[in-house]
Structures are given as structure tokens and as C-alpha cells.
Design a protein around this ligand. Sequence first.
Ligand code: NAD
Length: 257
Amino acid sequence: MSVEGKTAVITGSNSGIGLGIAEELAKLGANVVLNSFTDRDEDHALAEKISAATGTQARYIQADLSKADQSRALIEKAGQVDILINNAGIQHVAPIDEFPVEKWDMIMAIMLNSVFHTTAAALPMMRQAGWGRVINISSAHGLTASPFKSAYVSAKHGVVGMTKVVALETAQEPITANAICPGYVMTPLVESQIPDTMKKYDMDRETVIKEVMLQRQPSKEFATTEQLGGVAAFLCSDAAAQITGTTISVDGGWTAL
Ligand code: NAD
């Protein structure tokens, strides 16, 4: 079994890791559904570009995953979901006693509640098809903590717990559920932070990357979106059929510290 001909829904995939995973799965023959909360021409153009490059079917479906009904509607509109990649995410950094309640609620809604809603809507489709893969993009922060990231760390730990429950509920079916826990990944957003950080600390690019951004990543290298796509494809392969309810760290040794 490979991803060829399967339909993969990747939430939060008009940029960064989600887009990278979609591109990798499409290269391997999967039909992909891209998603975000916007509905711009450029969002749909991303799907057209993937279709043109790979010959597979790529679609863009707008859905605001901070909303329960839209999270479920995304899956219904996709029509068939063989591979569900819950990836959408945001961040807010503040001490707990100053953490804005609306930011907490928004992070929980997008990064934890939506995983419940999309999974609940997709599992019947996987059961009907007799095969399925749920892949949740958690984080090294799903296994460890950092100060000032209470909502993010809580949501990412919650996603790991949710992954285990889905795995147990589907254990005797040809469906698996796993979480990928990336450390720092090179995305356009991360790249865009480098110039400001260089100015702030009066450091060159290499020092900023190794000493500031990758301070907790022992390899001193970013993971790439291509690598995450490769790990997702592996989790869809026959070799991974008995891997379920666990986490795969892609963090250059961060969680070994
Ligand atoms: P990103 O900002 O490029 O991507 C986040 C995606 O989520 C975007 O497509 C965005 O439009 C979407 N999104 C945000 N709010 C949404 C909403 N309400 N409804 C639908 N979509 C919404 O960031 P990224 O780095 O690619 O992050 C992707 C995932 O990987 C996140 O869950 C993040 O926590 C996780 N992650 C990232 C890193 C990293 O170093 N970049 C490390 C570990 C985990």
C-alpha cells in the first residue's frame, strides 16, 4: 500500500509544513486537499500548481478551524479522506498570568478542538474505505515544555493524548494514528525571523541560527518540510502498519536532552 490514489486532507496547508507535506504526498501520487481560513486566488493557485506539477488532483477548501462546524464541513466537502493530517497551528507567547484568554481559547480551538472534530468526521470515511491514516503534527513541545507557551504546549501535549485514544479505538482496524513531533523546521515564517534576530543580537546569520534559534536542537540543523513529508509518507506505508498510538520526533535530538 502506498499513498498513490489516496486522498489526503492536510489542514493549515497554504504555507509552511502543511504545504510541504502536501507537495511531498502529491509527488508520491496522492490527491491532496489544501486548507486554510482564507479564500484568496493565491490559495487556489497553490492547488493548481501542485496538480500541474504532479498530475494528481489537488484542491483547496477554505475552512476556519477555530470553528467546530467548519472543521467538520472541511471533511464533508473533501468527500473522501484516506489520510488526515492535522497540521493547522498558531502561537502566542506570554506568561500565564498575562496570557490573553482569547488567545488561549483560539489556540485550543485551532490546535486541539479541531483535531477532535476532523478526526470524528473522517473516521467513518476511513472505516467505509477499509484503510486510513491519522497523522497529527504535534511538536517537541508536545513532549517537553518551554516557559511562556502555556497554550501551545498544552494543546500539543493534548494532541499526543488524542492520538493515543484514536489509535486504541481503531487498533483492530486497518487504521493507524500517530503524531509527528518536529523540533524547529525551516519554513518561510522561520526564515523571515532571521534578519530581525541578527539585528537584535548583532550576530551573523550562522550564529543566530545555531546559538539562538537552534539553541535546543543538538543537531544545529533545521528539519525540512520535505523530511516531514517523507515521515508522513512512511507512516502511510505497509512498513508502518503496526506503528500506531505513538510519536515520531523529527527534532535533531531535542527531546533526548
Ligand atoms: P505556518 O504559520 O506556516 O502554518 C500554519 C498553517 O495553519 C497556515 O497554513 C495557516 O493558514 C493555518 N491556520 C492558522 N489558523 C487557521 C485557522 N483558524 N483555520 C485553518 N487554518 C489555519 O506554520 P508552520 O511552521 O508550517 O506550522 C505548521 C504546524 O507545525 C503547526 O501546528 C505548528 O505548531 C507545527 N510545528 C511547527 C514547527 C516549526 O518549527 N515551524 C515546529 C514544531 C511544530
